[in-house]
Design a protein around this ligand. Structure first.
Ligand code: TYD
Ligand code: MG
Length: 456
């Protein structure tokens, strides 16, 4: 008989500990250890499951991608889903994972693949309603609302689908395990069972996994090791743009990103992100700067906005520092650099900075655009319309190189920009494009005509 034992397991990284600890010894997160019963198994006599094969005799998986015919998804997957592979689709609740999944299955079903969707979060009737909205009523797509992994295995044996999707893996449970559904043990065990099933039957499998900020459910971090591909679906729920990235991919590169727009009838692929990101741009307004950012292998033009409002000396209020879509720590550093290196002191003001359009930008190349947006609003002078800006700003006020500047400038040129404010070391890469090379933040401020406040 198997013996019940108690162990503690980290909700975030899955590491185990013999007793409760406030902090996980492996990932260092606080308060993530939860008690879980586990079964001590007696080790069966070892029978190797596989025999070694010569590398040359291993069948090739390249060229086996089954296209989903959703261009942006195929781009990220390097051609499509590979039979026998397991893909984890992670993202915050409400971002559009179920929508993307249903659209993908519909498209695959239309091209002849037998698809089974296990819906744990919604009833089959709810999925049907969504399918109506997405015009996704197709033959070859089966639904089942079964929360048990044993049930899923049985359905797969009966239906023999080419593609299996589970929404979400956190709702699945193994009835033979004492742990609660959604716990790390359950999620990991169920995922492992489905990975084995995918390999045994060459089923392309997609698992949806929620990532919550609090990490109360087992986050995909635990599953990342078990699956072949990890996709992250990301964006701002209040905006239409969604970005799909491959964080791990055993069947292709991870650099590509896919762009989608959430609309009335689901997700559509975005071929020209500038139309979405720069559509409402106001020209000639102080505080607005356009910058080419890199998302994977793609350059996107993003507008950075700044707003500075002076605090009345009488009013005893804390200065607000607000960063939307940007790193608040970078904003604080830039305020210090502006004060120390360019003699522009914004400590007596509320400072707001944002990346427009629901994108989140974390690369250092947006330091200079943020700094210039703030100086521009502070001095009430606009940055020229036809200018894009990029550069990292160091603590000494120096403007530093950014990777892949050529790709960024090409995208700016394509969208009609004529000039770029760039780090001094930037080579001439794009013809017909004027480069304003600067060494320091002070130089950048004077070259763009922002050094003096506009007359009242
Ligand atoms: P959903 O795919 O359910 O997100 P997730 O599975 O990641 O939790 O979609 C979430 C949001 O998308 C929902 O709030 C409504 C919106 N939505 C649309 O705007 N248009 C659509 O056609 C659909 C299906 C959803
Ligand atoms: Mg969902």
């Amino acid at each position: 008989m198997a013996k019940e034992k108690t162990a503690f397991r980290c909700r975030e990284c899955g590491a185990t500990a013999p007793r409760w600890e406030g902090r996980c010894h492996s990932c260092g997160d606080w308060n993530t250890l939860v008690e879980e019963a586990r079964r001590a198994t007696t080790r069966p006599q070892h029978q190797p499951a596989e025999r070694p094969v010569l590398v040359a005799d291993v069948p090739l998986t390249s060229g086996m991608h089954r296209p989903t015919h959703i261009d942006e998804l195929d781009r990220v997957l390097g051609g499509g889903l590979v039979p026998g592979s397991v893909t984890l689709l992670g993202g915050e609740p409400g971002i559009g994972k179920s929508t993307l999944l249903l659209q993908t299955l519909t498209s695959l079903a239309r091209s002849g693949a037998r698809c089974l969707l296990v819906c744990g979060e919604e009833s089959a009737a709810q999925v049907r309603m969504r399918a109506e909205r997405l015009h996704a009523i197709v033959p070859n797509l089966w639904l089942v609302a079964d929360p048990e992994v044993q049930g899923v295995v049985a359905h797969v044996q009966e239906l023999e689908p080419d593609v299996l999707a589970v929404d979400s893996v956190q709702t699945l449970s193994d009835v033979d395990l004492p742990a609660a559904p959604g716990s790390v043990t359950q999620v990991t065990e169920c995922a492992n069972r489905l990975v084995r099933l995918a390999k045994e039957r060459a089923i392309a499998t997609v698992l949806v996994g929620h990532v919550t900020k609090e990490g109360t459910l087992a986050g995909p971090r635990v599953l990342e090791h078990a699956v072949d591909t990890v996709l992250s679906f990301d964006g701002d729920r209040h905006h239409a743009l969604r970005l799909l990235r491959a964080m791990k991919h055993r069947f292709g590169a991870t650099g590509e990103i896919g762009l989608f727009e959430m609309g009335e009838t689901g997700l559509s692929t975005v071929t020209d992100p500038a139309a979405l990101l720069l559509a409402d741009r106001q020209r000639g307004v102080p505080g607005c700067v356009v910058t080419p950012v890199l998302e994977g292998a793609r350059a996107l033009l993003v507008e950075i906005q700044g707003l500075v409002s002076t605090i009345d000396a009488e009013a005893k209020v804390m200065a607000v520092r607000s960063a939307q879509g940007l790193d608040p720590k970078r904003l604080s550093v830039l305020l210090a650099v502006l004060e120390a290196r360019a003699k522009i002191n914004l400590y007596g003001a509320h400072v707001y900075a944002s990346a427009v359009g629901g994108v989140r930008v974390s690369e250092p190349a947006i330091d200079l655009p943020i700094a210039l947006a703030l100086v521009s609003t502070h001095h009430k002078r606009p940055v020229p319309d036809d200018l894009v800006v990029c550069g990292e700003v160091g603590l000494a006020g120096e403007v530093r190189q950014v990777p892949q500047i050529g790709r960024r400038l090409q995208e700016a040129a394509r969208l009609g920009f004529k000039r770029a404010l760039v780090p001094a070391s930037t080579p001439d890469t794009v013809g017909g494009f004027e480069l304003l090379r600067v060494h320091t933040i002070g130089e950048a401020i004077s070259v763009t005509g922002l050094a003096q406040a506009a007359p009242k």
